[in-house]
Write a protein that binds this ligand. Structure first.
Ligand code: DAK
Length: 260
């Protein structure tokens, strides 16, 4: 497959997608979003892949939606086409997805990172939702996901002022899981992804589904859901393998059941 605005690599059970529009700080245009979803489709269908990483360049993860592509759109065009529904599909992915953010993650770039399961960032990372300075508002989940990630006070402040948040504050606020020196970011992100990819895909996907469920339902419903899928995982060969491996004092060997 030929890619124009991204690069795709698969190694050691990990799919690495690199956003690749250096001329525009990886601004998300329709081609990039389409290619990103095509690549994620391929990785999700590939049983050898257990974890995916989305990264950008050292200076910019992504500087937001492509303003030059959007500026003259009319309401019917943006409403009928709704091409950003494709961006939202990133959040519906079932396999674990890590955002490795270096440099700017602005507007739609920050929202893309927020759609991933967790964010690792470099010490030069800058997060912002600056849509207010363009006379619009975040529209790919920013007001919702940022608020859930860092709470109302900081989310309101960031969205209303458009200010940038640096890496240390992002870690203290719970926006990112860990901060690394920029030379280490990809190494550490791939190491975590490889570690995840060696686990049982069934349990990974169930954990992801269960944590995400906690944002949608009451605690009692979330606990009920977790308990039911905990029961269900006893139907998997991976549960038997994981527990037998512990008893036999050997590393577990997981393999997707569909590929057996
Ligand atoms: N779009 C298009 N081009 C961009 C861009 C962007 N978001 N960001 C940077 N570029 C381009 C610049 O225009 C420039 O191109 P040339 O002039 O060389 O042709 C090149 O990248 C380098 O940028 P600068 O010359 O500005 O470089 P600086 O180092 O001075 O500044 C910067 C870097 C990243 C701080 C600055 O470029 C910047 O502030 N960029 C804009 C950031 C921004 O406002 N992002 C939010 C975009 S709005 C929707 C829902 C949501 C959205 C859209 C639709 N629907 C539901 C339909 C989302 C909206 C957004 O994300």
């Amino acid at each position: 497959m030929q890619w124009n605005s991204i690069q795709l690599k698969q190694e050691k059970g990990v799919g690495l997608i690199t956003l690749n529009r250096p001329q525009a700080f990886n601004a998300l245009n329709s081609e990039l979003i389409q290619e990103l979803n095509q690549a994620l489709d391929l990785l999700e269908q590939d049983n050898s892949i257990g974890c995916m990483v989305i990264t950008g360049a050292e200076k910019a993860f992504a500087a937001g939606a492509d303003i030059k592509e959007m500026v003259d759109l009319s309401f019917p065009e943006i409403y009928l086409d709704d091409f950003f529904h494709l961006a939202d599909r990133v959040a519906q992915r079932r396999k674990p997805l890590i955002a490795a953010v270096s440099g700017y993650a602005l507007g739609g770039g920050c929202e893309l990172a927020l759609m991933c399961d967790f964010i690792y960032c470099a010490d030069n990372a800058k997060f912002a939702l600056p849509e207010v300075t363009l006379g619009v508002l975040p529209g790919i989940g920013g007001t919702q996901r940022l608020t859930r990630a860092i709470g109302k006070a900081k989310a309101m402040e960031m969205c209303l002022t458009g200010r940038q948040m640096g890496a240390q504050e992002a870690e203290q606020s719970g926006l990112v899981a860990q901060v690394f020196a920029k030379e280490q970011l990809l190494i550490e992100s791939l190491a975590a992804a490889e570690q995840i990819a060696q686990k049982s895909l069934t349990s990974l996907m169930m954990i992801k589904e269960s944590i995400n469920r906690s944002f949608e339902v009451s605690l009692a419903e979330g606990l009920r859901f977790e308990r039911r899928i905990f029961h269900a995982i006893f139907a998997s060969a991976e549960q038997k393998e994981g527990m037998r491996a512990f008893i036999e004092k050997r590393p577990a060997k997981f393999k997707p059941e569909s590929s057996e």
